[in-house]
Design a binder for this molecule. Structure first.
Ligand SMILES: O=C(CO)[C@H](O)[C@H](O)COP(=O)(O)O
Length: 212
């Protein structure tokens, strides 16, 4: 199955975020309100994007670490379709966020950013039945250690939860992880920093089609 393409609007400037959204929205499946954008602008940006693109999924990258129910209510009341919670958060927080999300018929992604022993942590979380696990190399880590996609293979073998992949993805990376059949491919900087964000998305989509 073709993976969904999610573009992360990791900006702090609302005007530029909306400009990029306008260029790429018809081509993507999920528009992500990146963590910096959510912090800079607030949840109103979720509502604005949903009003502009009602047929697109809007993901709020809350990276929730505590008060799972409160943060879920905040972003879903603002019309998000999906949110994120950190795998490193207390299990109580993950459970609260998952429960609220499921009550509202929305989707939740557990993000393994910064988790050292991912397999062990995955085993602790899996029974909470989140919608997705995100294997994600942090931007700061990418700059020091580079990126890696090998955990996708491990997670596919051990868990029956759809996977997202994120962290510095460029078109050349796509064939490296497509054999592990990610459900969602998440790309930020390659698109938001491109001179021509629309062409950047087209290049990603071409590579995805080629690797199917
Ligand atoms: O959540 C994020 C950073 O924490 C980013 O949205 C994600 O890493 C995708 O951006 P990039 O492709 O630039 O790494």
């Amino acid at each position: 199955m073709r993976p969904l393409l999610q573009i992360a609007l990791d900006l702090t400037d609302k005007k530029r975020a909306l400009e990029i959204a306008n260029l790429i929205a018809p081509l993507v499946d999920i528009l992500e309100v990146g963590t910096p954008l959510l912090k800079a602008v607030g949840v109103e940006i979720i509502t604005s994007l949903k009003q502009l693109y009602p047929n697109k999924l809007i993901l709020a990258d809350t990276k929730t670490m505590d008060v799972g129910k409160v943060e879920a209510e905040l972003v879903f009341n603002a019309r998000a379709d999906m949110m994120t919670v950190c795998a490193a958060a207390p299990l109580e927080t993950i459970k609260a966020a998952v429960t609220k999300t499921q009550t509202l018929n929305k989707k939740i992604v557990v993000d393994f950013i910064g988790v050292e022993n991912k397999l062990e942590r995955g085993r602790e979380i899996v029974s909470l039945k989140p919608d997705y696990f995100n294997l994600h190399t942090a931007i700061d880590v990418q700059q020091v250690k580079g990126k890696s996609f090998e955990d996708l293979d491990l997670f596919r073998k051990h868990f029956n939860i759809p996977l997202c992949v994120a962290g510095g993805i460029i078109p050349e990376d796509i064939p490296k992880f497509m054999p592990y059949k990610p459900a969602i491919i998440i790309v930020g900087g390659f698109v938001t920093k491109a001179k021509d964000p629309k062409s950047a998305v087209i290049a990603l989509k071409k590579e995805i089609e080629r690797a199917l």
